[in-house]
Design a protein around this ligand. Structure first.
Ligand code: PLP
Length: 384
């Protein structure tokens, strides 16, 4: 598409040129198997460990606490299943009502298997109910899994506070930080999470690579059985190019974090305030809370999010009406439902999510095209 305005970066991001360049030799020349005993493979093993070091440095971990996986979903599944299987006598799981399906569906499956799954609620702004969380903690909890940042609204949970609370009861705590990494500072040497998931394709590395951080001393069972890779926690020959790419993406973020996030937040704030100003009966979801710098989830009352997406698409604008995983179904978002929003606000919600590749011109373009689209759809809406 000639005039593509990509504001759907919570769905996925563009692979950066530096990341692509770093990956290319591993498709062609450096194709050795890192588990081989010859030095051709051994060199590749060293490159994987260099990537591990960069990721560890970026999140304040030790290199030995970084385990490569195939995606954020696998990291989440490994954390949950691994902790549940390692603690067979504990039959309770605590999570929130607004998790990504990579956590939510795993918890629901264990619920069907007879586990007591407690989903902690959120308020109208998306803030987690800390009292409910505190009251639900008990000795039979195998794991608490609560996301760092919500993929639909960008609302941040107070993970430091939650981790300290859960750890004070001696319970394993996992956080899905797939949307938080690269957008908020993360330092696991200060925040006592036991496990943390991240994904390459949300931070300008390719799709199909992720990391599970597991704090030293935390015991979980592996999800995949097979070879001894990743210290026996994740079998399967390593996806070397993608791992190197993810290492590069974290190295760049380590250098550019402040500049990038400030730029993105400024663009996001302008987009949000102009749209709300120019389009009546509109509100920003989660606005009362600390939020990711790049996400604007806006409800346009009396019109359908999907119709807006189609008209935006005609103008070359890529946005989303919920998480990418739930698009394609017209099921209202479980996140916005958990926030107790009205039917018309849920159905009229659009998520814009920015990256540092967005420009002032991109934002001007969206601001120019949004009001006529809203006006046109409202003129034919049965709800107005
Ligand atoms: N968790 C969150 C919060 C996400 O937003 C996503 C992807 O959108 C995932 C997990 C899954 O990550 P992946 O696409 O790498 O499997």
């Amino acid at each position: 598409m000639s005039n593509l305005i990509y504001v759907d970066n919570n769905a996925t991001t563009q692979v950066s040129k530096e990341v692509l360049d770093a990956m290319l030799p591993y498709f062609k020349d450096k194709y050795g198997n890192p588990s081989s005993l010859h030095s051709f493979g051994g060199e590749v093993k060293k490159d994987i460990d260099r990537a591990r070091d960069k990721i560890a440095q970026f999140i304040g971990a030790k290199s030995s606490e970084i385990y490569f996986t195939s995606c954020g979903t696998e990291s989440d599944n490994t954390a949950l299943m691994g902790a549940i299987k390692a603690n067979p006598n504990k039959k309770k799981i605590i999570t929130s009502k607004v998790e990504h399906p990579a956590v939510k569906n795993v918890c629901e499956e264990w619920g069907r298997l007879g586990y007591n799954v407690v989903e902690i609620g959120v308020d109208l702004n998306g803030a987690i109910n800390m009292e409910e969380l505190e009251n639900s903690l008990s000795d039979d909890v195998a794991i608490v899994s609560i996301m760092w940042a919500n993929n639909e609204t960008g609302v941040l949970f107070p993970i430091d506070k939650i981790a300290k609370l859960v750890k004070s009861r001696g319970i394993i705590f996992h956080t899905d930080a797939v949307q938080a990494v690269g957008k908020v500072p993360i330092d696991v040497s200060k925040v006592p999470v036991d496990m943390l998931s991240l994904s390459g394709h949300k931070i300008h590395a390719p799709k199909g690579v992720g990391v599970l951080y597991v704090r030293e001393g935390v015991k979980i069972n592996p999800l995949l059985l097979g070879g001894h890779q990743e210290s026996g926690l994740r079998a399967g020959t390593e996806n070397v190019p993608y791992i190197v790419g993810l290492g590069k993406a974290c190295e760049i973020l380590n250098e550019d974090f402040d500049i990038r996030t400030k730029k993105i937040e400024k663009l996001r704030n302008r987009l949000e305030s102009e749209i709300v100003k120019l389009c009546p009966d509109t509100n920003v979801n989660g606005k009362g809370q600390a939020r990711l710098c790049n996400t604007a989830n806006i409800s346009f009352q009396f019109i359908e999010g999907e119709s807006m997406l189609l008209l935006l698409n005609e103008k070359g604008i890529c946005a989303s009406s919920g998480s990418a995983c739930s698009s394609g179904s017209l099921e209202p978002s479980h996140v916005l439902r958990a926030m107790n929003m009205s039917f018309t606000k849920i159905h009229g919600s659009i998520r814009f999510s920015l990256s540092h590749y967005n420009t002032d011109e991109d934002i001007d373009y969206v601001i120019k095209h949004m009001p006529p689209i809203v006006e046109r759809l409202r003129s034919i809406s049965p709800f107005v």
